[in-house]
Design a protein around this ligand. Structure first.
Ligand code: DAT
Ligand code: MG
Length: 150
């Protein structure tokens, strides 16, 4: 089953939106595989966002993501990466459709509440940054046949 990394960023924690984000992903039908409340240090943040190192917003982004606690999660589904991305909405909340997390709950690109991996390859890399293999749980979900056609 495909896995993706989701973060409720420090703005989401401060605004009391952890439950809202988790609830939307649960209700969509994604399956939670791992969850951790933590604060990223500078080294981890620079590695996580390494693709953006040369962008003008990199310093602000690293400062923001390390500024307070966040929730890191692994969610599973067939096509989990794409499903999470379209549940989150577009990078800039200003352009994000209503009905998405960013479109409903955010207004600013630098405070867009959530992170979701952008490809299965990124997901593997990012999940390994946040979780040991033993922290990602494989378990039966009793309502699976009502969410996924067997
Ligand atoms: P996403 O988080 O949708 O995958 P991204 O990987 O392109 O977006 O960028 C990572 C984060 O960096 C994004 O969530 C918010 C911030 N960011 C991106 N582009 C930005 C910009 N032009 N100005 C300020 N912050 C930006
Ligand atoms: Mg990205």
């Amino acid at each position: 089953m495909e896995r993706t990394l989701v973060l409720v960023k420090p703005d989401g924690v401060q605004r009391g939106l952890i439950g809202e984000v988790v609830s939307r992903l649960e209700r969509r039908g994604l399956k939670l595989a791992a969850m951790k409340f933590m604060q990223m240090d500078r080294a981890k943040a620079e590695e996580h966002y390494g693709e953006h190192v040369d962008r003008p917003f990199f310093g602000g982004l690293v400062g923001f993501i390390t500024s307070g606690p966040l929730v890191a999660m692994v969610w599973e589904a067939d096509g989990a990466v794409e499903i999470v991305r379209n549940t989150m909405g577009t990078t800039n909340p200003k352009d994000s459709p209503l009905g998405t997390i960013r479109g409903d709950l955010a207004v600013n690109i630098g405070r867009n509440l959530v992170h979701g991996s952008d490809s299965p390859e990124s997901a593997q890399r990012e999940i390994a940054l946040f979780f040991q293999p033993g922290e990602i749980l494989d378990y039966a979900r009793s309502n699976d046949s009502w969410i996924i056609e067997p």
